[in-house]
Design a binder for this molecule. Structure first.
Ligand SMILES: O=C(O)c1ccc[n+]([C@@H]2O[C@H](COP(=O)([O-])O)[C@@H](O)[C@H]2O)c1
Ligand SMILES: Cc1cc2nc[nH]c2cc1C
Length: 335
């Protein structure tokens, strides 16, 4: 159970987070160098396996128990007409997740992941951030705690996903506040708004930036973010505490993750970017965080879908690293 009841206590927890296991890191690098392949021939899979080993604290790790957590939230800023879909879709999609009918259900099954869904007070949307802070400190802390406690300590990989009509506007506002620029630099089509819709989203983000002047990352999360973003922040931080590597999903997930990186540099070292979303500014956001996406499939769904698809890549990397024979074992001459 997490021990924080204010945003500053949460920030203090981040400062105490564990780092990579240096011994496992060196052991995995040495093992990688002995495997039956030309050096570097498995490209990024080698780097990924070594990264995973270093966080799991095992030179030869396994990846058997991935967990996907999806957080759902509703946004007061929908009153500004920022989405192509109505807010009730958030709750309807939660029911769809629970009945197994969404894309993420199929992806979770495909990659052998356990999937948990947490709906965060959907009947009590956040406030419209063009008028007032999206959340009180108590609401933001409650969402962080939901996220923290959603992580299964026995999982060996976490994918964080979300569902929330209006949250590409929220994510853009958080990104603009933390990474710089104006609304127009960060807004995109989301679920499918037209050019006038994009201009409206830019206006809404600019109004939010003008009203909420603090650039302290956890204040930005509280004033411009949403419950599902805060829950993803809490879950990613909890994963670090448990030494569980994380695959980030798309635009909204990455915006949430940037709150951690801006609070404490290196707070996302246990995370890899699963994919590059079709939401226009996602690439710029990943660049700002120094994250290179594993996949680029034109996805713009959310739900953790791009992160889930990347489980396959990470499983492949770990299987090769931990299962291959060394030159000595296989009697293959090295170069
Ligand atoms: O993950 C992404 O990159 C992504 C990009 C575009 C849309 N979405 C999903 O679409 C919803 C937000 O879109 P919108 O237009 O309502 O802001 C929300 O449920 C997200 O999961 C997600
Ligand atoms: C149908 C639908 C499914 C989604 N899944 C994540 N965001 C979504 C938004 C919509 C509109």
């Amino acid at each position: 159970m997490a021990q924080f009841s204010t945003l500053s206590e949460f920030a203090a927890l981040l400062a105490a987070a564990p780092d990579v296991d240096a011994q496992a890191l060196v052991g995995a690098q040495e093992r990688n160098a002995q495997l039956t392949k030309p050096p570097g021939a498995l490209g990024r899979l080698e780097e990924l396996a070594i990264w995973y080993a270093s966080w799991r604290g095992a030179e030869r790790p396994s990846l058997d128990a991935p967990q996907i957590v999806i957080f759902a939230g509703n946004h007061g800023v929908c009153a500004q007409g920022v989405s192509a879909f109505p807010p009730e879709v958030t709750e309807q999609m939660v029911a769809n997740f629970e009945h197994g009918g969404a894309a993420i259900n199929q992806l979770a099954k495909t990659f052998g992941a356990k999937m948990d869904v947490h709906a965060l007070e959907l009947d009590r949307p956040t406030a419209d951030f063009t008028q007032e802070p999206a959340m009180s400190e108590a609401d933001c802390v409650a969402a962080l705690l939901t996220g923290w406690n959603a992580v299964d300590a026995s999982a060996d990989l976490l994918v964080t996903g979300e569902m929330g009509i209006g949250n590409t506007t929220t994510g853009a506002a958080v990104a603009a506040a933390l990474l710089g620029g104006a609304g127009a630099d960060w807004v995109g089509r989301g679920t499918g708004v037209d050019d006038a819709g994009i201009a409206n989203k830019a206006r809404v983000v600019d109004e939010g930036l003008a009203l909420h002047k603090s650039r302290v990352p956890l204040d930005v999360l509280r004033c411009l973010g949403g419950r599902e973003l805060a829950a993803m922040v809490g879950a990613i931080a909890a994963a670090r505490a448990h030494r569980i590597p994380v695959i980030l999903d798309g635009f909204i997930c990455t915006a949430a993750a940037s709150v951690l990186e801006k609070t404490r540099a290196g707070a996302l070292d246990h995370c890899v970017a699963g994919h590059l979303s079709a939401e226009g500014a996602h690439g710029k956001m990943l660049d700002a965080l120094g994250k290179k996406p594993l996949l680029s499939l034109g996805l713009r769904l959310g739900e953790g879908s791009g992160g889930a698809a990347a489980i396959g890549v990470l499983k492949a990397a770990v299987a090769c690293h931990s299962g291959m024979a060394t030159f000595a074992e296989a009697g293959v001459s090295d170069g």
